[in-house]
Ligand binder design. Structure first.
Ligand code: NAD
Ligand code: DAU
Length: 360
């Protein structure tokens, strides 16, 4: 493979994947296809935008004709598909946007790849990036510390049981990807990852939103009782896993990716407060009063936890950072990149945010 199309490369995870591939594989041509929705931001890639092996293509994955032209014009032979509507709260407000991009957009890419590649798929690959949310929710009774095996964890053979419009749309796209493998022999691979955190995450997601709010003294809206559990992974470790799976994963397979790092939301929020206050030189406890319990997210999944032993065993991947270390790097990054944050927390986003939280 030589000409790699990465979709959603101007978003959070996509920008880390583009950066890793552009820097690590100078012999590849990396095409970053992105519609630049509210979540896409070319400033995320300012450091590599002039690299000789990097090209940005502004396009909507739902525009089938445009996607077919891109496959033909650039002789695309590998796809890493991250473009998506990705925020659960938005999916509750506007499920159609999620069906459009996540289901129809994925279908459009699959069909374009199939038509472009025909029978000649020996050195082709369509890699679909998905989420652990397709598996539904787990109970809270996990052993501590979490063991890497057992029925309490999402495994690759766990039945799909999505609850939100977002996870339903991602589950649907996963099924289409597998159907194209089973029906047409498209050489696909899928990974399902747990919650990512790190630099360049759009500040509607828990960690960047709360860092920003702690800095600016705004309320921290904790949904329900803050009892929900997520398995957090540093975004660069996700990008490293994507690199391994893209190059060495078995065609037709699924790989789960996770941090083996479960945190109850309220404990994570308290750790965030301690970290931000310490780094800003504030007395400990000075931001505790910002914690504000608000009404719960509809259909809020109780617990996610990934068993990533297949990926570790078959491809030798391991998370590289301890969570406290990754969180410290992340908080410092947001504190040092206030211009990036201010740029996207003004204007439309500010209005959206007020609208979203006004009634909670
Ligand atoms: P993001 O919302 O930060 O970025 C999504 C990107 O896709 C943006 O650049 C946006 O402009 C682009 N995009 C959206 N609609 C498009 C369209 N119709 N055509 C072309 N581009 C479009 O998302 P993220 O958090 O980086 O997630 C990336 C992928 O990883 C998604 O598929 C998501 O489901 C999956 N994922 C995310 C996480 C997480 O914790 N964030 C975890 C597991 C899996
Ligand atoms: O598990 C992978 C998924 O992780 C990805 O597929 C999604 O794209 C990504 O957005 C993320 O989904 P979550 O819904 O888990 O992430 P979010 O950051 O929105 O919320 C994390 C937890 O924090 C969740 O239990 C809801 C809670 N929360 C979130 C926000 C934004 C709050 O309590 N208050 C908030 O304001």
């Amino acid at each position: 493979m030589k000409n790699i199309l990465i979709t959603g490369g101007a978003g959070f995870i996509g920008s880390h994947v583009v950066r890793l591939f552009v820097n690590k594989y100078p012999h590849y041509n990396i095409f970053n296809l992105d519609a630049l929705t509210y979540a896409g931001n070319l400033a995320n890639l300012a450091d590599i935008e002039n690299a000789p092996n990097y090209t940005f293509l502004k396009a909507d994955i739902c525009d089938f004709d445009a996607i077919c032209r891109i496959f033909s014009q650039y002789s695309i032979d590998g796809v890493i598909h991250l473009a998506a509507e990705s925020h659960v709260d938005r999916s509750i407000k506007d499920p159609f946007a999620f069906a459009r991009t996540n289901v129809l957009g994925t279908l459009s890419l699959l069909q374009a790849a199939r038509l472009s590649w025909g029978e000649d798929v020996a050195y082709k690959r369509f890699y679909h990036i998905s989420t652990d949310e397709v598996y539904g929710a787990l109970e809270l009774d996990s052993p501590q510390p979490p063991a890497p095996y057992g029925r309490e964890f999402f495994r690759e053979d766990t039945a799909y049981a999505p609850h939100s419009p977002y996870s339903a749309s991602k589950a649907s796209s996963d099924h289409f990807v597998r159907a194209f493998h089973d029906t047409y022999g498209l050489p696909i691979v899928i990974s399902n990852c747990s919650n990512n955190y790190g630099p360049y995450q759009f500040p509607e997601k828990l960690i960047p939103l709360f860092i920003n709010n702690i800095c600016t003294g705004k309320p921290l809206p904790v949904y329900g009782r803050g009892e929900n559990v997520r398995d957090w992974l540093y975004v660069v470790d996700h990008a490293r896993a994507i690199d391994r799976i893209f190059h060495r994963g078995t065609t037709g397979s699924t790989y789960n990716i996770g941090g083996c790092n479960e945190w109850k939301n309220i404990d994570l929020v308290k750790l965030l407060i301690r970290t931000v206050d310490r780094l800003l030189g504030r007395p400990q406890g000075s931001s505790d009063h910002l914690i504000t319990y608000v009404s719960d997210r509809a259909g809020h999944d109780l617990r996610y936890a990934i068993d990533s032993s297949k990926l570790q065993r078959e491809l030798g991947w391991q998370p590289s950072l301890q969570f406290e270390e990754g969180l410290e790097i992340t908080v410092k990054w947001y504190l040092e990149n206030t211009a990036w944050l201010q740029n996207i927390t003004s204007g439309d986003y500010e209005r959206y945010y007020h609208d979203m939280y006004a009634n909670r």
